[in-house]
Design a binder for this molecule. Structure first.
Ligand code: FAD
Ligand code: SF4
Length: 470
């Protein structure tokens, strides 16, 4: 029940939305969190102190007006709240689901000092899901259309964030993607138990009604050339992500039964969405002893997808300790509940097997001096080798930039790492060395987060509007 006092946070503790019990969710792919009820959303939002210094807003990469929409939800004003959410974020229902809130908005909440942060992410998801269910749509009736059109390469969060700002300013965005559905990694990477696919298909309809055009199953560089796009459009935004897989550099990585994380996750999506071309494309973990190498979000998604595919066992080996894992705490806890066995402080040194994988040789580590990023470096403990038996190994060491061969021809510069140079602090933010081409998201900052990709896409759109002088 809603309490009308300013000390609600003392009387009402933090309550997260209920989860499907681990035993049940091990066998199904659907989202694990139940939606908030109206009462819960209101009473949880009312816990916000409205402290004069909303650190949560600063820590949120898109700088959402968090205390303002929390207040609106506590008053039951969903329609005003959803409008406010969309002033700063193009995909609030997605961020509410997949942001690592413990490191971002909720990590900065004043109530962390003993009371438990406000459930900001769950409220953000609640606002948009509820508003859509009530028939809300973005209102673009005031938009004055210009004659400008911009090509966007990549329908991931960066491309969609850019298209959202352009269309709201009367510039027609045409979005090209090689995949058959929009979303980029939101659709073809992040599994359904974190983000159900219907969320993106609903968003696609909304975006199309707003005036975005999607040209899917269209790869730039093969199905269509950038030089043709350049002559048809007034400007171009590239949000193509990073798709080169990092390797461990140890023996046995090429043995049959060793897979990169993303092809495994994509093959699962393709089967579930009916996009599978050949049955042999599916990477099946049923009945296998699976070892996942890595400790980030991608590793957690591999762990939990393998569990749902009925693997015999799933072991995740990570070279640092639990406190130093890069993945979201929430997702590590969910993986543990679902039966993933974690081996911390274990560094793989070889994948062993005759003609297929039979195990992973690891060495124990202890944390040494901090590296250049301030994270303590894992150092091997001599004589601590052991072999973890395995029928399949999933390598989730992250992604490296994957610059297209045609960047050079078009005068688009990359740095030594292969990241596209598109500085935020330029006259036109996120403009590349080719003045007509802008870029943002993972291909500019390196593989990161959905919310930072959205931010860069939106900021780049502001740069494009200035460049086009509209
Ligand atoms: P992408 O999402 O990669 O989109 C790029 C798009 O460009 C793709 O659709 C691709 O098909 C298209 N494209 C590329 N080249 C071409 C071409 N030549 N022609 C046409 N189209 C092209 N972040 C979080 O915040 N929370 C999470 O829980 C989380 N989980 C993750 C789980 C996994 C398994 C992975 C891999 C990443 C995860 N991330 C997560 C990171 C997040 O998904 C990315 O940072 C984000 O999607 C980057 O957005 P983007 O728009 O830059 O690129
Ligand atoms: Fe928090 Fe992400 Fe929403 Fe920002 S976008 S308020 S960081 S959940």
């Amino acid at each position: 029940e809603r309490l009308n006092n300013d000390f609600q946070f003392m009387e009402v503790g933090r309550v997260d939305p209920k989860k499907v019990p681990a035993k049940k969710r091990r066998n199904e792919f659907g989202e694990i969190y139940h939606p908030f009820s109206e009462t819960h959303a209101a009473s949880q939002s009312h816990r916000c102190l409205e402290c004069g210094n909303p650190y949560c807003e600063w820590k949120c990469p898109v700088h959402n007006y968090i205390p303002n929409w929390l207040k609106l939800v506590s008053e039951g004003n969903i329609m005003k709240a959803v409008e406010l959410c969309h002033q700063t974020n193009s995909l609030p229902e997605v961020c509410g689901r997949v942001c690592p809130q413990d490191r971002l908005c909720e990590g900065a909440c004043t109530l962390n000092d003993g009371y438990g942060a406000v459930t900001i992410g769950s409220v953000e998801k609640y606002i948009t899901d509820t508003a859509f269910a009530l028939g809300w749509k973005p209102d673009l009736s005031d938009v004055e259309w210009t004659d400008k059109k911009v090509a966007i390469i990549g329908a991931g969060p960066a491309g969609l964030g850019c298209a959202d700002i352009l269309v709201r300013n009367g510039v027609k965005p045409v979005v090209f993607d090689r995949y058959p559905e929009i979303g980029g990694l939101l659709t073809f990477g992040i599994p359904e138990f974190k983000l159900e696919k219907s969320v993106m298909t609903r968003r696609r309809k909304v975006f199309e009604e707003m005036g975005m055009e999607f040209r899917l199953n269209t790869e730039v560089g093969s199905d269509v050339q950038l030089k043709d796009i350049m002559s048809e459009f007034d400007a171009v935004f590239m949000g193509m992500g990073t798709y080169e897989y990092m390797k461990g550099g140890f023996p046995g990585e090429d043995l049959p039964g060793v897979y990169d994380a993303l092809p495994f996750l994509v093959s699962n999506v393709n089967r579930r969405l009916g996009y599978e071309k050949r049955e042999s494309d599916f990477i099946d973990m049923k009945g296998k002893r699976v070892v996942v190498l890595g400790g980030g979000d991608t590793a957690m998604d591999c762990n939990r997808t393998s569990i749902r595919q009925q693997a015999e066992s799933v072991t995740c080996a990570y070279r640092r300790d639990e406190a130093n894992m890069p993945g979201s705490r929430k997702e590590v806890a969910n993986a543990k509940e679902e039966g993933v066995n974690f081996l911390f402080n274990r560094q793989p040194i070889a994948i062993i097997g005759e003609d297929k994988v039979e195990g992973v040789k690891v060495v124990s580590t202890q944390l040494g001096e901090p590296d250049e990023n301030g994270r303590r470096r894992p150092e091997p403990v001599p004589g601590s080798e052991e072999v973890i038996p395995a029928d399949a190994v999933l390598v989730a060491f992250g992604f490296r930039p994957s610059p297209a061969p045609w960047f050079g021809e078009q005068g688009i510069n990359t740095n030594d790492w292969g990241l596209v140079e598109a500085p935020e602090e330029a006259e036109f933010p996120f403009q590349t060395s080719n003045p007509k081409v802008f870029a943002g998201g993972d291909m500019v900052r390196g593989s990161d987060l959905v919310v930072t990709a959205i931010w860069e896409g939106r900021q780049a759109a502001e740069g494009i509007l200035d460049y086009l002088d509209v």
